[in-house]
Design a protein around this ligand. Structure first.
Ligand code: CMC
Length: 374
């Protein structure tokens, strides 16, 4: 392959963005200039969602107005809820999220209008309704009654309420909020680039987010948090971890939840999420997954110098919170909608059709032979 080809767009800068950056000088992911871990320590998820979408942290009044819209937009249309009831119970919830956002696009009166104001109205609807659609499916597939959203609850509290019928302790809600903050945005990753590519043809935000969800589902991207849990379940107990991981590396297997295209010496989101994983494990009085986590991490660093990414601690954290494994990546979705949307709006504001070239290595020119002569 020619050196001119940058497979996977490795190392290629394709546009400018104001939304986020991994800043080498502080070795951290930053949203609009703020370190993600600083935001985790001082803000709740709604503040960070506002920041990502609007460029600045909100004051109290702005936050209140933002939350008011999000809470008002939570209800699903009867059509969407009826459709979700008809979805196959075995469907992957990522496919449910993708289809639900697509249906929202059919119903939204602003679908065709890509102006910044209209896009922001649509973002707020997608942001508010997607968790409600997912929680409805969570209940329906278990044969349980759908729990409607509650306006007095925060974004995170409401998600627990709709899935489980109760809101857990403040510490658990904070750990969930932190995971949402850490998942909210990450520059030109594959799903965001997908959203921007779709937008670049001047298509609409529902289409761009639908495509982004499909892209996030893959195990090399968001789907990794589910794969981490499958791996931990296969390992079963801490005593098996050392053997398991050494064997996996001897077999040259890809170990999920490790490695990253951008961070080569550690994902800056991991220490924060690791801390909250520990807090949740302590509350749940279940240290098994923490022990497996530490053993696998040590071997990966010692043998391969490959560090964990954020999907490594989120997987077992969501498990301990009580979520089904196939809901881990959908939780990533409800947060990343903010980052995708900021990028879609940015792309619309300074658009250039994304259309790379490919080096052709197929057949030389040849003439078509008619069917009866082939
Ligand atoms: N397990 C074992 N070996 C690995 C891993 C891993 N998780 N990650 C990278 N390597 C090895 C890889 O085999 C390659 O070795 P060699 O040079 O000998 O062929 C080398 O490290 C470079 O890896 P790469 O796959 O060429 O690097 P990349 O930048 O193309 O891929 C990645 C990055 C995230 C796709 C990859 O690290 C991976 O597959 N990780 C597992 C999936 C995962 O956890 N994904 C979540 C990504 S971060 C959060 C998110 O977006 O959700």
């Amino acid at each position: 392959m020619s050196d001119d080809i940058k497979k996977g767009l490795l190392g290629i800068t394709v546009d400018e963005t104001e939304v986020s950056k991994v800043m080498p000088e502080i070795n951290s992911l930053t949203y609009r200039g703020y370190a993600a871990q600083d935001l985790c320590a001082k803000c709740k998820f709604e503040e960070v969602a506002y920041l990502i979408l609007n460029g600045e942290l909100p004051n109290k009044k702005q936050l209140k107005a933002f939350e008011k819209i999000e809470r008002k937009e939570r209800n699903l249309s009867k059509t969407l809820l009826d459709d979700i009831k008809k979805f196959p119970k075995k469907a992957h919830p990522m496919d449910v999220a993708r289809t639900a956002v697509s249906i929202m696009g059919l119903e939204d009166k602003d679908t065709k209008d890509n102006s910044p104001k209209s896009n922001m109205r649509k973002v707020m609807r997608i942001f508010a309704k997607t968790p409600v659609a997912l929680a409805a499916f969570y209940r329906i597939r278990k044969g349980k009654k759908v729990i409607p959203p509650k306006k007095k609850l925060s974004f995170s509290e409401n998600f627990f309420h709709m899935c489980f019928g109760k809101v857990p302790s403040k510490e658990i809600v904070k750990a969930f909020d932190v995971s949402l903050i850490l998942y909210a945005e990450h520059s030109f990753n594959v799903s965001t680039f997908t959203a921007r590519t779709i937008t670049s043809s001047l298509s609409d935000i529902h289409g761009a987010i639908t495509g982004a969800i499909a892209s996030l589902k893959g195990p090399l991207h968001g789907g990794a948090n589910e794969e981490v849990m499958h791996m931990m379940n296969k390992i079963k107990k801490p005593e098996n971890a050392l053997n398991w991981i050494n064997k996996a590396l001897d077999n040259k297997d890809v170990v999920m939840g490790f490695g990253h295209r951008v961070y080569k010496s550690g994902d800056s989101r991991v220490p924060t999420m690791r801390e909250y994983f520990g807090k949740v494990a302590k509350i749940k009085k279940d240290k098994k997954f923490e022990k497996i986590y530490d053993i696998v991490e040590k071997v990966m660093i010692d043998r391969k110098n490959i560090h964990p990414n954020v999907d490594y601690p989120t997987g077992p954290t969501y498990h301990l919170m009580g979520f089904d494994t196939d809901f881990f990546t959908p939780i990533f979705v409800i947060s990343r909608i903010t980052g995708w949307s900021a990028h879609i709006i940015e792309q619309h504001a300074a658009n250039k059709l994304i259309r790379p070239l490919a080096s052709y290595k197929g057949n030389k020119y040849r003439k078509v032979v008619r069917l009866n002569q082939r």
